[in-house]
Design a protein around this ligand. Structure first.
Ligand code: HEC
Length: 207
């Protein structure tokens, strides 16, 4: 063992360890990059292997391949093993955060819609009840999700509710036996807010 070469290798090894275990966790969340413990263990193992590799080279006891074919084969082997390990690590520990499941986004929208529905500003609850609370000038909306799809031919529940809440009493369909008095919320609220309200209405039945 030649001491000087080991010293240099050791210093590099320790520097890389510090980088892996102290610097990588500091990568900000906003980048979407994630270096979990699995990744750091993998990087550590690779660093260790690399250090050992160069240490072995330093001992100069490894016979060099004889012909060009031998060189090519060793290069290919090293290449394949390295790429293979990297791909394996990528599959086992995906580095990028997966997109949020659709269910979570819909739940958040329904939560915002619920706040709007029961807020004094928007005040759907003054005319509508849901879950046993609210006013009676308009129909109870607890079960609206199951009848909304049958209101206007060709419109899904989702589409009907968006159009109805936007147009209010000016909509082409009004619920019979109620005085038309619902304001056209498309003029008052943003498209996103109406989408949130509809998400809330669609979630009511499950509650
Ligand atoms: C001033 C009273 C009033 C307010 C406020 C009001 N509505 Fe209405 N709404 C009605 C009336 C009356 C009807 C039934 C007549 C009609 O279809 O226009 C109705 C009908 C509806 C329908 C159709 C129900 C069905 O069975 O097809 C939906 C959906 C609805 N309202 C949602 C809302 C939402 C969401 C809000 C709050 C953003 C709201 N309404 C605010 C009075 C109101």
């Amino acid at each position: 063992m030649r001491l000087p070469s080991l010293k240099g290798g050791l210093a590099l090894f320790l520097a890389l360890l510090l980088l892996i275990w102290l610097a990588l966790p500091l990568v900000p969340e906003g980048t979407g990059l994630r270096f979990g413990t699995g990744y750091r263990i993998f990087f550590t193992a690779m660093t260790l292997l690399g250090t050992l590799f160069f240490w072995f080279l330093g001992k100069e006891r490894i016979p060099y391949p004889r012909g060009p074919a031998g060189v090519l084969i060793s290069l290919t082997a090293v290449y394949l093993v390295t790429i293979g390990l990297l791909v394996l690590a990528g599959v086992v520990y995906p580095q990028f955060q997966r997109p949020q499941p659709a269910g979570a986004a819909a739940q958040e929208a329904a939560g915002r819609g619920k706040d709007l529905f029961w807020s004094d500003n928007v005040g759907c609850f003054r005319c509508h009840s849901a879950g046993g609370r609210g006013g009676a000038r308009g129909p109870d909306l607890t079960q609206v999700a199951s009848r909304a799809g049958a209101r206007v031919a060709g419109l899904t529940a989702d589409q009907y509710l968006l159009e109805k809440v936007s147009a209010g009493m000016t909509y082409r369909f009004t619920v019979p036996e109620y005085a038309p008095m619902m304001p056209p919320f498309g003029q008052i609220l943003s498209e996103e807010q109406i989408g949130d309200l509809v998400a809330y209405l669609l979630s009511l039945e499950g509650e």
